[in-house]
Design a protein around this ligand. Structure first.
Ligand code: HOZ
Length: 441
C-alpha cells in the first residue's frame, strides 16, 4: 500500500498552509519523508488517508492517555457541545476540573486555565516576574516550554529537530533575560545564582524532559533545584505539560516528592482538546488579575468542551486504581524489548522510561542532557523510523521527542511493535553498514 493520498494532501496543503503544517515537527523533515495525513483514530490505532493502520505512540504528542476516541471522553464532548460551545463566562465545570487537579497535584492550591501549554508557561513566568519583581529566568538547554519568546533559546522539540533552537524574531533584550544551563548540572545553577544576585525570578524545568528525547533527572537533582530556589528566593516552576497525569496521578512532583512553587499543565488535562493551565501556591497565584496586578486573560480559557474532555479523562484516571501501574508495566515491557533487540543487532542505544513516557537514543549514552542527547545517530533514527512506519508503527518523526503509551495499548500491540522493531533495526543496521562500506573500483 502506498502513501499516495498523504503525499497529494501535503502538496495541496503547502499551497495554503505555511510549510504545509500547523506545527513544524509534523512536516517529517528530520526523517526525510513526506508527512502522513491521518483520517481517524480509535483506541491505540491511527488510520491514515491511504487506509493504512498504525499502532500510535505519539497520541497527539501526549494528551491521549486513554487512547483515541475514548467513549467517555467522546460522550462528554458531545453532551457539552449540545449545551453550547463557548460562553465567555465562568461555568461550574471549570471549578470541577480545577478541584480534580488541585486534589491530585501537590503544588497546586489555585489554578487558572488557558488554551495551550505555551500560554501556560508564558503566563507562569510573567507571574513569577511580577511576584518576585525580578527580570531573569533560568531554563535548561533542550527543555521546551512552548514557543513564547523567552523560551526559544536552546529550545527542544521542533526547534531542536529543525535545527533552529534559537529562533530569529526573539529580541536580544528577551534573550538576555533567559539564562540557559545544562540539565542535570546543579553546580551550574548554584554558580548562576551567585553571579546574578536578586535577579532571577524563576527556574523553569521539565522535571522529566521529553523534548530532547526523554532524559531522566539524576537522583536529587530536582531536590537540589528546590533547595537553591528557596535559598535565593526564586520560584521553582515545573513544566508538567507532558508529565502531568502521565508519569503518575500527581505528575513528576508526586513521583519525586519535590514540590515546586508553580506548575504548568496541558495535554492530558484537556483529554485531546486545546487546554493548558498554570497553578501553584495561593499567595503567588493571588498576584494574578483581578486579585493582583499581573495581567493574564483569554477568550476561550476554560472552554466548556475542553473542560468536559479533561474532566472525563481525569475521572477515568481517578476511578481506575491500577491504571498507572498497568501503563508502567506495559511501557517497561516495550522499552526492555526495544533495548534487547537493539543489543541483539549490535546497535548502540540508550532507553529511558518514566511512567508511560519513553524514548530510545541511538547512542551508547549515558544521556543526561542536551549535549549527550545530540550524540545520537539521527541518520540511523531516520532509517529506523521509515522502516517502523512501513510496518505500521507510528512514532514521533524526530529523535528528539518522547513516545507515549495509552490505556488502549495492549500486550499484543507491544508484541507487534517489537516484531516490527526487530525487522526495522536489522534493516536500518544493514543500510548503515552498506553506506559505510567503501565502494571498490
Ligand atoms: N511540541 C510538540 C511536541 N513536543 C509538537 C506539537 C505538534 O507538532 O503537534
Amino acid at each position: 500500500m502506498s502513501f499516495e493520498r498523504s503525499i497529494a494532501a501535503f502538496g495541496r496543503a503547502k499551497n495554503v498552509i505555511a510549510g504545509g503544517v500547523n506545527s513544524p515537527v509534523r512536516a517529517f523533515r528530520a526523517v526525510g519523508l513526506s508527512p502522513v495525513f491521518m483520517k481517524s483514530g480509535s483506541g491505540a490505532i491511527l488510520t491514515d488517508v491511504d487506509g493504512r493502520h498504525y499502532v500510535d505512540y505519539v497520541l497527539s504528542w501526549g494528551p491521549l492517555l486513554l487512547g483515541h476516541a475514548h467513549p467517555a471522553v467522546v460522550k462528554a464532548i458531545a453532551a457539552a457541545a449540545a449545551r453550547g460551545t463557548s460562553f465567555g463566562t465562568p461555568t461550574e465545570i471549570e471549578t470541577e476540573l480545577a478541584e480534580c487537579i488541585v486534589a491530585a497535584m501537590p503544588s497546586i492550591e489555585r489554578i487558572r486555565f488557558v488554551s495551550s501549554g505555551t500560554e501556560a508557561t508564558m503566563s507562569a513566568i510573567r507571574l513569577a516576574r511580577g511576584y518576585t519583581r525580578r527580570p531573569k529566568i533560568v531554563k535548561f538547554a533542550g527543555c521546551y516550554h512552548g514557543h513564547a519568546d523567552a523560551f526559544l533559546i536552546s529550545a527542544g522539540s521542533g526547534a531542536l529537530t529543525n535545527g533552529v533552537p534559537n529562533s530569529p524574531g526573539v529580541t536580544e533584550g528577551t534573550a538576555r533575560d533567559t539564562i540557559v544551563l545544562p540539565f542535570n548540572d546543579a553546580a551550574a545553577v548554584e554558580r548562576t545564582f551567585v553571579e546574578h544576585p536578586d535577579a532571577i525570578a524563576a527556574v523553569v524545568v521539565e522535571p522529566y524532559p521529553g523534548n530532547m528525547g526523554l532524559v531522566l533527572p539524576q537522583p536529587d537533582y530536582l531536590k537540589r533545584l528546590r533547595e537553591l530556589c528557596a535559598e535565593h528566593r526564586a520560584l521553582l516552576i515545573f513544566d508538567e505539560v507532558m508529565s502531568g497525569f502521565r508519569v503518575g496521578p500527581g505528575g513528576a512532583q508526586a513521583r519525586t516528592g519535590v514540590v515546586p512553587d508553580l506548575t504548568t499543565l496541558g495535554k492530558v488535562i484537556g483529554g485531546g482538546l486545546p487546554v493548558g493551565a498554570f497553578g501553584g501556591r495561593a499567595d503567588v497565584m493571588s498576584y494574578l488579575s483581578p486579585e493582583g496586578p499581573v495581567y493574564q486573560a483569554g477568550t476561550l480559557s476554560g472552554n466548556p468542551l475542553a473542560m468536559a474532555a479533561g474532566l472525563a479523562t481525569l475521572r477515568a484516571i481517578r476511578d481506575d486504581a491500577t491504571l498507572f501501574e498497568r501503563l508502567e508495566v506495559l511501557t517497561r515491557v516495550l522499552t526492555e524489548g526495544l533495548s534487547e533487540i537493539a543489543a541483539k543487532h549490535g546497535i548502540a542505544h540508550t532507553v529511558a522510561r518514566a511512567g508511560s513516557m519513553f524514548g530510545i537514543f541511538f547512542t551508547d549514552g549515558p544521556v543526561v542532557d542536551l549535549e549527550s542527547a545530540m550524540k545520537s545517530d539521527t541518520a540511523f533514527f531516520a532509517k529506523y523510523y521509515a522502516a517502523m512506519l512501513d510496518r505500521g508503527i507510528y512514532l514521533a518523526p524526530s529523535q528528539f521527542e518522547a513516545g507515549f503509551v495509552s490505556t488502549a495499548h495492549t500486550t499484543r500491540h507491544v508484541e507487534q511493535t517489537l516484531t516490527a522493531a526487530d525487522a526495522s533495526m536489522a534493516h536500518a543496521a544493514a543500510q548503515r553498514a552498506q553506506a559505510a562500506t567503501p565502494v571498490s573500483r
